[in-house]
Design a binder for this molecule. Structure first.
Ligand SMILES: [Zn+2]
Length: 269
């Protein structure tokens, strides 16, 4: 969901309601419309994006008064409200209104970090997003202005996430698959470790904390009786090299929903 600015971030998608809104009443109506269409979560663009040409990544999408109506509990039937948010002002507007999670958090200042700690807001770093934009640019799959914005923020983004991490903000690994293919978010673990996260914490961010961010902690996220048995067994210790998880040959056993999907233990000497 995004504001009534003159630019579009996303192309229309068949079966998905138009997500452009303007003003408090439209925000309320749109939340209900998106839920009627079957949304599991309400996702809001709190700031602009790489793909929105006339903006900087910091441009806030909504004035503070709209945020209360977008996050109001009585309009969202218990569903979580999450925000693609890059600039500090948009992040703070969203956090103050009670947003559940901030995706990106590129320009976090001290006040934004304090607010996230106070409200218990999740942070989904998506460190892969600017790198994926740069990689897409090399193949000619991203306009020059998108590549330029990504190049400008790679270091700023890493620094923001590193400061939030040290301050104790809840970090959940996740994807922003608008700019990279689904299934590539495993790279996030290596990127989080690169900026100072403990390897075990990067695994916990991808399992327990990610499950809590989704509100699925009763089903997934930890190995406990009664939860779905989704797990992998690897040959080498990922705490010594987190990127070893990226090598499919290193994965000897995959169990999904209690069923064995891959098992090469017998072929191992
Ligand atoms: Zn995003």
């Amino acid at each position: 969901m995004r504001s009534g600015m003159e630019y579009d971030i996303f192309m229309p998608y068949p079966g998905v309601p138009s997500a452009r809104v303007d003003g408090v009443d439209e925000c309320r109506r749109k939340v209900r419309e998106v839920l009627r269409a079957g949304a599991d979560v309400i996702k809001i663009c709190a700031t602009a994006a790489y793909s929105a040409q006339p903006t900087t990544l910091s441009s806030p999408s909504f004035p503070p008064k709209n945020w209360k109506s977008l996050c109001a509990a009585d309009y969202r039937l218990g569903k979580k409200v999450m925000a693609h948010a890059q600039g500090a002002q948009g992040i703070k507007n969203a956090v103050r209104a009670g947003i559940h999670s901030i995706e990106h958090g590129i320009f976090l200042d001290d006040e934004a970090i304090e607010l996230m700690l106070k409200h218990g807001t999740f942070l989904v770093p998506t460190l892969l997003a600017p790198l994926a934009v740069l990689e897409a640019g090399e193949k000619g799959g991203m306009p020059e202005y998108g590549v330029r914005k990504a190049r400008e923020v790679v270091e700023i983004h890493s620094d923001s996430i590193s400061r939030a991490m040290k301050a104790g903000v809840k970090i959940s690994m996740g994807t922003d698959a608008g700019v990279m293919p689904h299934g590539t978010n495993l790279r996030e673990l290596g990127l989080m470790v690169n900026i100072g996260m403990n390897p075990m914490d990067s695994i916990v961010a991808s399992t327990r904390v990610a499950a809590e961010c989704l509100g699925w902690q009763d089903r997934i996220g930890t190995l406990e009786a009664g939860k779905l048995a989704d797990l992998i067994v690897v040959k080498t210790n990922p705490l010594q090299n987190i990127r070893s998880l990226e090598n499919p040959d290193n994965i000897v056993l995959v169990i999904k929903d209690g069923k064995i999907m891959k098992d090469i233990r017998k072929t191992m000497s």
